[in-house]
Design a protein around this ligand. Structure first.
Ligand SMILES: Nc1ncnc2c1ncn2[C@@H]1O[C@H](COP(=O)(O)OP(=O)(O)O)[C@@H](O)[C@H]1O
Ligand SMILES: O=C(CO)[C@@H](O)[C@H](O)COP(=O)(O)O
Length: 480
């Protein structure tokens, strides 16, 4: 490793399963140190995590980077989107955070949709038709199911706001993450008073929304002194917005991310509004937008199937007619919050490897079905552009080959791992150096990596998956 040119910056990804921290040379993008610490997510129907554990994980992951972390001149925190963090008057969590993949708020979502006049009204108003992932549905759930906790709440935050506020001592969020709440409009760039009133949420509980390029503050104090006081803190953003920054994404470049969630998105310079609700009309971390579709069942669902079959995740086999819709946690895309996993087409000759391959197919199919709608909302011609494959799953051959076979598109796998944390680092570097963070990431060449030619699309598998989904809709919509 050559001596860093400096200055150094820190990028944080506080995602569903863990916190990842990178110390990066702002001049070159070289990753000088990395640290990681896990999170606990409650099992069963609840998907909750303790925000205090995120804070501890941040401290541990920074410590695992070594002393060099103390030399950073700027830091930025990106986080899993949508989570409802409720704080009391002393800034302590009233209860664990309700995460993006907790679908218990589906009935409240249905009610909120109707109260504003249906999906079209929501898309027109805030840019998105809320899924049960959106924070507004979670607040409605809390008020209905735990009114005392709602009453005790003195501040409502998103995961990245909570961590940034702990660092700086100042409340604030950014437009990218705010656009996943449902109460902030990516068309107008402001909180929507009518929606806040429908959800019975006092706007005084919400943080101010920083503009792109503004600082959130400086490191005021930290419990264990794990970052140097006075270090500049950028606004941070949602994890998908950060990954878009981390890739230095330009319009017309589609991304498919394989992590706890599966996402497909592109950046756009027009404000999306998809009344079907498949495409969320998020704002990006700059001054543009990020039309995005998200599935709940991606790498964890396939890993679970592999574990049930006692197979390595790469141990797949082609052939057979087995079809899987691996909606183990309910599903968001398609909108089937009450769904469970479905397996059909099993025959005497079916092998375990074919069942596992079917799980990959089902997870990728759900994402690719939404990709055309995402690109339609983005409005730029991306027909010839390679699909950028990122997230933990992009390291897997079975994932990559499934995406190639079902998409029929060229695929590029950036060599840079941890694009969310790198995007946060680019945001910190942009703030420090007065540059556009996406341009910083392009200078760092983060999207470079091996390219894979298109292969013929497996129409037979796609037709089988579509027919299974349509045929099983009533079953998948059944409330257990
Ligand atoms: N070498 C690998 N091959 C395939 N999948 C992998 C590999 N390494 C990690 N993964 C998958 O990556 C997932 C984590 O992805 P990541 O993007 O880090 O998740 P998140 O940010 O949502 O917490 C794990 O659930 C695991 O299935
Ligand atoms: O809900 C969404 C996007 O709308 C998810 O993408 C979350 O932001 C969680 O991300 P990961 O933990 O899977 O990175």
């Amino acid at each position: 490793m050559t001596a860093p040119e400096g200055p150094l910056v820190i990028g944080v990804d506080s995602s569903t399963q863990s916190t990842k921290v990178l110390v990066v040379d702002a001049a070159t993008g070289e990753v000088l140190a990395r640290g990681q610490a896990p999170h606990t997510v409650s099992p069963g129907d609840r998907r909750e995590s303790d925000p205090e554990e995120w804070w501890q994980a941040l401290s541990t992951a920074v410590a695992r980077c070594g002393k060099i972390a103390g030399e950073a001149a700027a830091v930025s925190v990106a986080g899993q989107q949508h989570g409802l963090v409720t704080l009391d008057a002393d800034g302590r969590p009233v209860r664990p955070a309700l995460l993006w993949n907790d679908v218990r708020s589906a009935p409240q979502r249905d009610r909120l949709l109707a109260d504003l006049g249906g999906p079209q009204a929501w898309a027109r108003r805030v840019g998105s038709v809320p899924a049960p992932a959106f924070t507004v549905t979670k607040w409605a759930w809390l008020r209905e199911n735990e009114p005392e906790a709602a009453r005790e709440t003195a501040a409502v935050r998103l995961p990245h706001d909570f961590l940034t506020e702990r660092l700086t001592g100042q409340a604030g969020t950014d437009r990218g993450d705010a656009s996943g709440t449902g109460w902030w409009s990516s068309h107008t760039g402001s909180y929507d008073e009518e929606i806040l009133s429908l959800a019975a949420l006092d706007p005084a509980l919400l943080p101010p929304v920083h503009r792109a390029g503004e600082a959130a503050g400086t490191v005021a104090k930290t419990d264990g002194g794990f970052l140097t006081p006075g270090t500049l803190v950028a606004t941070g953003t949602g994890d998908n917005m950060a990954a878009a920054l981390g890739l230095g994404l330009l319009p017309g470049q589609p991304v498919l991310s394989l992590g706890t969630s599966g996402t497909v998105y592109a950046v756009s310079d027009r404000s999306p509004a998809d009344p079907s609700g498949t495409v969320a009309g998020f704002a990006d971390a700059g001054s543009g937008w990020l039309p995005l579709a998200c599935t709940l069942n991606c790498t964890l669902a396939v890993d679970r199937l592999a574990a049930l079959l006692s197979r390595d995740r790469e141990d797949v086999e082609a052939g057979g007619r087995v079809t899987a819709l691996p909606f183990l946690d309910g599903e968001r895309t398609p909108d089937l919050p009450y769904a469970t996993g479905l397996l059909t087409g099993l025959q005497q000759a079916t092998t375990g490897g074919q069942v596992l391959q079917a799980a990959y197919d089902g997870a990728v199919f759900a994402l690719l079905r939404a990709l055309d709608l995402v690109l339609g909302q983005a409005g730029d011609d991306a027909s010839e552009a390679p699909l950028l494959l990122i997230g933990g799953g992009a390291k897997g051959v079975a994932w990559r080959e499934t995406v190639r076979r079902l998409s029929g598109r060229a695929v590029q796998v950036p060599r840079a791992e941890e694009l969310v944390a790198l995007g946060a680092a680019a945001q910190a570097a942009g703030l420090l150096l007065g540059e556009d963070p996406a341009a910083v990431a392009r200078r760092w060449k983060t999207a470079d990596g091996p390219a894979y030619e298109p292969v013929e699309r497996d129409e037979a598998a796609l037709t089988r998956l579509s027919a299974t989904l349509e045929g099983a809709r009533t079953l998948l919509d059944m409330r257990h």
